[in-house]
Design a protein around this ligand. Structure first.
Ligand code: 13P
Ligand code: SF4
Length: 350
């Protein structure tokens, strides 16, 4: 790994602004060409110097940038080495050969990467990038539930803290939840913390689910009425929805799946018109790769995901901030529930 010490000049962010030079324009031209349908060309001089500098520093640091599908297009197409849904990010974190992982997503995703890679430096560009699901439950809450339902195994969504994962038998994501629940071979499980994902899973399995009252602050805002308005306003539109949406939304959808599941569905079905009922940055990212598909874009942004910006990613690479730290004993307990999930899904696409 390269020398992590930095000069005071590099740390001076008050004056440090990478410049848009002819060399930067030339180096980033292929990326601009790709994203110009979703990023106005006039904005590119503001993004390009950061893209170029991040690309250079990644090599110097032997760093890899993992990005969630909800990142803005300048991050997703400009600086990410690998991108995907939460399951894919967890898998990628076990496979990357780098000294530093910069996780462009929310805190629980970076924490999961750290749990799986105790010896690597895992950075999150903004440690305040939280998640309403992860903050809806604590390890102490799970211990109380286990006392109330002795012997009933706990399945937790990865959208949880290390503390909750440490109390969990097996984690799941939106792309493998039914499979994980059924892998336990029991009649009843405690399923945490997303009540809507839980209801969606319960409708597809005979296993009884004891639910928690958590929900995603972004997806809970969608309604079935809104989906019907999209159908009326855009005849023939194919509706894809994330399982964190309330049940009336999922009932109206043509396909329900994780963020990567939705992308895969667009790739397989190539609908003429599609609406993705999820965080709206994703439609821009996907539209870049499917120019023949018309995307209807509802705009619900995740305020936590939006905290991750190019200047913050650059700062992370320059200063090696903000390092995600998980106490080793806690990490070891949390790791077993994440690894158990990865075993269940082994060989499957995220
Ligand atoms: P995915 O695992 O489907 O990417 O979902 C993560 C998330 O936080 C959705 O809001
Ligand atoms: Fe959490 Fe919802 Fe944001 Fe995903 S979209 S990170 S579930 S708050």
């Amino acid at each position: 790994m390269s020398d992590p010490t930095l000069t005071s000049e590099a740390l001076d962010f008050g004056s440090f602004r990478p410049e848009y030079t002819a060399a930067v324009a030339a180096a980033t031209a292929p990326i601009l060409d790709k994203v110009k349908g979703v990023i106005p060309e006039i904005e590119w001089p503001a993004h390009a110097p950061y893209v170029a500098e991040i690309q250079r520093l990644k090599k110097e640091r032997n760093a890899v940038v993992l990005a969630h599908n909800y990142m803005t297009p300048q991050i997703f197409h400009g600086v990410a080495d690998l991108a995907g849904d939460s399951l894919a990010l967890a898998r990628m974190a076990t496979e990357v050969d780098a000294d530093v992982i910069v996780l462009c997503g929310v805190h629980f995703m970076a924490e999961t990467a750290k749990i799986l890679n105790p010896d690597k430096t895992v950075l999150i560009p903004d440690p305040k990038a939280g998640c309403s699901l992860a903050s809806s439950i604590t390890g102490a809450d799970v211990r109380l539930l286990k006392e109330r339902y002795p012997g009933v195994p706990v399945v937790s969504y990865v959208n949880t803290t290390a503390d909750v994962k440490a109390e969990t038998d097996v984690c799941c994501t939106s792309s493998n939840a039914v499979e994980v629940v059924e892998s336990l071979g029991v009649d009843r499980v405690i399923f945490l913390p997303d009540q809507y994902l839980g209801k969606y899973v319960a409708a597809q399995t005979d296993v009884e689910l004891i639910l928690w009252q958590g929900q995603c602050e972004v997806h809970e805002r969608f309604t079935g009425e809104e989906v019907r308005r999209y159908r009326d306003g855009h005849p023939g539109v194919v509706v894809l929805a994330h399982p964190e949406c309330p049940p009336d939304v999922l009932q109206e959808a043509d396909y329900v799946g994780s963020t990567s599941g939705m992308i895969q569905h667009v790739d397989d079905a190539r609908p003429a018109k599609v609406v993705m009922i999820t965080e709206c940055s994703m439609s821009d990212n996907v539209a870049v790769n499917f120019p023949d598909v018309e995307f209807v874009r509802p705009c619900n942004l995740c305020p936590h995901m939006q905290r991750i910006t190019l200047p913050k990613i650059l700062r992370s690479l320059q200063t090696l901030e903000h390092e995600v730290v998980v106490e080793p004993e806690l990490a070891a307990r949390a790791r077993s529930s994440v690894e158990r999930m990865l075993q269940v899904g082994r060989g499957k696409k995220g």
